[in-house]
Design a protein around this ligand. Structure first.
Ligand code: HGY
Ligand code: MN
Ligand code: MN
Ligand code: MN
Length: 427
């Protein structure tokens, strides 16, 4: 049936909210930390369980499932014109330690339910529809955010880096992938998507911020995704006995790290914009004994901004501070590694329009906004027109167990996604 007739039968868009909530709860049980927190790390056995769970749901929805060499999972609903570039949607199900059960999951389970909604309303796609579960969006295990979508977007430097990447337990990326069943993982370049593989990519996600809830708005239509960067730093001093070494004789690697963390805050606050953020989420001291002066420290810095230049100038200042701290304190700056320094991404105007008219037709309040969190959409934007649909989440909480979204808001998001995908599929 063509666009106008289908779009007139909007009221037929019905979400099976009860089943969707059950799936969200079931998926959250595949976790290495106690409920209500979720921990689901790339290629862990809990991650493998969640992959099997998602593939089963894709198959139950009549999607034909394939996986690439690193475990990006694709579920396809073949359209009437399969030679046209398909429309895609999706997100991730990996979860950082002690986080919540909605980040990413809403955009995978919700995407599969959006397919079910369209099937129930007798929609017939022209362009095929792909639901993608990206193999790992969080940086937790190998320190690289959006590993799956970065590779899909054709990052050759990442492919080279992964040949020799190991995790905190010295397990190589290749070994970890094989232990999760991805035996062809060494063929990393087979993951790269050809340009034009998709006519559009749309990701449904919780806002991970307080605006939609504060403004009682049902839908966020993302116009741009902020530019993320991460840096790894190591300091080395001579350490020694906490009682015996007098202060003038010390070169304390721990204090160097502490001073750099405060310098990150200073440079971010001095950027001139509220949109610049900086976080030191990892700060490790060695040997980590109360009566031993830290001889080594390792810190990891996350800094972002919607303005790339402003973010880059903060990175330069952080580097200056690391050098001056190491000189002044007589500690060695043994590592200063920019792990990623990504540009922001702009959403595609046509996708923004499609999501906007979908929200209007569904009589849902919506607002255009930026995404301060990064997503797989940030990298899919490199190989396809991109858009994102946000739903409100409780107090904007995310990356912690209190993360929550009501099933009604999730259902609204699924309907807007379904209608947006339908419009893009018929375009
Ligand atoms: O950190 C982020 O922005 C994403 O949620 N991983
Ligand atoms: Mn996240
Ligand atoms: Mn996410
Ligand atoms: Mn290090």
């Amino acid at each position: 049936i063509h666009e106008s007739h289908f779009l007139n039968s909007l009221s037929s868009l019905s979400v099976d909210a009860e089943t969707l909530q059950k799936q969200i709860d079931e998926l959250s049980s595949f976790s290495d930390s106690p409920a209500p927190s979720v921990t689901r790390i790339l290629y862990s056995e809990k991650d493998v369980l969640s992959r099997r769970y998602i593939k089963n749901l894709m198959e139950a929805s009549g999607l034909s499932v394939r996986e690439d060499a690193i475990g990006n999972i694709f579920g396809r609903w073949t359209g009437s014109e399969p030679e046209l570039a398909p429309v895609s949607t999706g997100s991730h199900t990996d979860a950082i330690p002690y986080s919540g059960k909605y980040d990413g999951v809403v955009g995978v389970l919700g995407a599969i339910e959006a397919i079910n909604v369209l099937k129930r309303s007798s929609f017939k796609p022209k362009r095929s529809l792909d639901v993608i579960m990206f193999t790992s969006e969080e940086p937790t295990r190998f320190g690289i955010g959006c590993l799956g979508s970065r590779l899909l977007a054709g990052s050759k430097e990442l492919a080279q880096q992964l040949e020799k990447t190991v995790d905190g337990q010295n397990v190589s990326f290749f070994y970890a992938a094989k232990s999760a069943g991805y035996m062809n993982v060494e063929k990393l370049s087979t993951v790269f998507l050809e340009k034009g593989s998709y006519s559009a990519f749309v990701e449904l996600h919780i806002e991970q911020g307080p605006i939609l809830e504060e403004e009682a708005t049902s839908i966020g239509i993302v116009t741009a995704i902020a530019a993320p960067a991460s840096i790894k730093v190591d300091f080395e001093g001579t350490g020694g006995h906490a009682g015996a070494v007098l202060m003038p004789k010390r070169n304390d690697a721990g204090l160097a790290a502490a001073e750099l963390a405060l310098a990150v805050e200073k440079h971010v606050l001095e950027s001139g914009s509220i949109d610049t953020v900086g976080t030191v989420g990892i700060l490790e001291l060695h040997p980590g004994a109360i009566n031993s002066i830290p001889s080594k420290s390792h810190l990891e810095i996350d800094t972002r901004d919607i303005d790339e230049e402003r973010r880059n100038s903060v990175i330069d200042k952080i580097y200056e501070s690391a050098l001056s701290i190491s000189k002044r304190r007589g500690v060695k700056l043994s590592e200063y590694k920019i792990v990623n320094q990504d540009p922001p991404a702009l959403s595609d105007e046509l996708i923004i329009k499609a999501a906007e008219s979908a929200s209007q037709e569904l009589e849902l309040t919506y607002k255009k906004m930026i995404s301060r969190a990064y997503h797989d959409a940030l990298f899919m934007a490199r190989v396809s027109p991109m858009g994102m649909i946000f739903i409100p989440c409780y107090k904007g909480y995310s990356h912690k167990p209190e993360e929550f979204a009501t099933i009604d808001h999730i259902a609204d998001g699924v309907k807007v996604l379904a209608l947006t995908l339908a419009k893009l599929s018929l375009s």
